[in-house]
Write a protein that binds this ligand. Structure first.
Ligand code: TYD
Length: 240
């Protein structure tokens, strides 16, 4: 039986999520919207949705081959993907390999220093609060996640980081940091959700330091489409 879209469930910053005739499934539609700084900076970029959908599915597949469980069930067309319906955990997990962004600002250090081992940080998923940093115990105390869920999410985030870091290293790109989100499926197990895009990580070309991620958009939105096309070319070896 095919799964049909019913009502709109949620409209995100780069995708529209609909309920379907199957209660445990949703359809995510990637849109051409691009945002940064929690939606403060916005642009509509032709072809962005198709590129994002393609990239995210590509990386979900790569991760599944490396024992990462995720929510993507099937690619329906250029922009639409059938996913498991989940209860999204309100904790965002960031893994860092090289100092950048808020870690550099918060600790008063320059960007660019390699960390001795990958470092995990947790943030509260909250637009009004601008996703603040939170400690493990505070996340548990506030009921954002159970200790075992955080352990599992942390282990999965480190595995995801390792797979993506090796993948990009082979293409002469450093994975500086990566953000992942998890959701609980109907059986209560956390799986990787959301999308895997240059929006949620930092990619720096080795040697030149050229940025292949959303920092390009944050500084100059005009260059984003070309940068993402370059990421698709490098990741998949094919035309976007
Ligand atoms: P971070 O350095 O904490 O923040 P910023 O990008 O604002 O300087 O972000 C680390 C990485 O995680 C970076 O690649 C962006 C990504 N990220 C998100 O995409 N969403 C989030 O809510 C958070 C906290 C991080």
């Amino acid at each position: 039986m095919s799964t049909e879209r019913t009502g709109l469930l949620y409209e995100g910053k780069s995708k529209r999520v609909s309920e379907t005739t199957a209660t445990d499934r949703v359809i995510s539609q990637f849109t051409d919207d691009a945002t940064a700084f929690n939606g403060v900076k916005y642009a509509e970029i032709a072809g962005n949705g198709v590129m994002n959908a393609q990239l995210s599915a590509f990386f979900m597949d790569l991760l599944a081959q490396n024992a990462v469980k995720h929510h993507l069930i099937a690619v329906l067309n250029d922009t639409d993907q059938l996913c498991e319906r989940v209860d999204v955990m309100r904790v965002v997990v960031v893994v860092r390999n090289i100092v950048a962004g808020s870690f550099a600002r918060r600790n008063g250090i320059e960007e660019g220093q390699a960390l001795p081992v990958p470092l995990v940080e947790l943030f509260v998923k909250s637009d009004p609060l601008d996703d603040p940093l939170i400690g493990h115990d505070a996340a548990v105390a506030l009921g954002l996640a159970q200790p075992w869920e955080l352990r599992l999410a942390t282990d999965q985030a480190l595995l995801i980081n390792q797979v993506l870091r090796d993948f990009w290293a082979e293409r002469d790109v450093d994975l500086v940091d990566v953000k992942v989100e998890f959701g609980r499926t109907s059986n209560g197990m956390p799986v990787l959700v959301d999308e895997l895009l240059p929006d949620g990580c930092r990619l720096w070309e080795r040697g030149t330091g050229r940025k292949l991620d959303k920092d390009v958009f944050r500084r100059n939105p005009g260059d984003l489409a070309e940068t993402y096309r370059e990421v698709v070319r490098r990741a998949t070896g094919g035309a976007p």
